[in-house]
Design a protein around this ligand. Structure first.
Ligand code: SAM
Length: 204
């Protein structure tokens, strides 16, 4: 099956995706990967910390179907992927204060100047994530593109309500998790530098 490499998240039909309701058991921390592709990272997170729920938000429907099929076949019930658009759907998927951790692993770069507005990590997204985070919840970003890392750092440092887990305006030295996304593993195998950021919600 051919799956498109990039889709424009601002395309009209991606602004009104009919959402499937999420089934999240009460009392378990919820971790969410934004742009989860085939959910490799979440499968590995579930193996690392099984007592949590994991949700992948992905705009390519075929990848969502593929990921959910794979989780079913592997008998991994706590990982689910949902066909949705990070840019508009997060408040419809999660209630305020309900998410323990957001991961943004290797977001699409959109290098061309006229396409920059399609980049997902910016002021608006970070503002939304802060509202959805539980007390002590975290936002973790990884990318191999320095320009994206700087954009994300600017938005995260200036959002308010977040504390950089290393120190202000600093990158982490290494991942705090054993899980790896597909792109992350590829970069590590080729020795490509990865820029990592982690922030924790501060008490209001
Ligand atoms: C470069 S891939 C990285 C995939 C995976 N996180 C990894 O690290 O291997 C970026 C993913 O984000 C998804 N994506 C991009 N914009 C999105 C949006 N607005 N809403 C949901 N998913 C999006 C893409 O379809 C793609 O699967």
């Amino acid at each position: 099956m051919r799956i498109r490499q990039h889709v424009n998240p601002l395309r009209a039909d991606f602004l009104e995706i009919p959402l499937e309701p999420l089934a999240l058991p009460a009392g378990r921390p919820v971790e969410v990967e934004l742009g989860s592709a085939e959910a490799q990272f979440l499968l590995e997170r579930a193996a690392e910390e099984p007592g949590r729920s994991y949700v992948g938000v992905e705009i390519r429907r075929e990848l969502v179907q593929q990921a959910n099929r794979r989780c079913r076949q592997m008998g991994v019930g706590q990982v689910q992927s949902v066909f949705a658009n990070i840019s508009v759907d997060l408040p419809r998927l999660f209630s305020p204060g309900s998410v323990s951790r957001f991961f943004v692993n290797f977001p699409d770069p959109w290098f061309k100047h006229r396409q920059r507005k399609r980049r997902v990590v910016g002021e608006e997204l970070v503002g939304q994530l802060v509202l959805l985070l539980a007390v002590d919840g975290e936002i973790c970003v990884a990318t191999d593109i320095f320009d994206i890392a700087l954009d994300a750092m600017g938005a995260l440092e200036q959002a308010g309500g977040l504390r950089n887990l290393r120190e202000p305006w600093s990158f982490l030295r290494q991942s705090r998790f054993a899980a790896r996304s597909r792109r992350e593993r590829h970069c590590e195998e080729l020795g490509i530098k990865i820029w990592r950021l982690a922030y924790r919600r501060t008490p209001t």
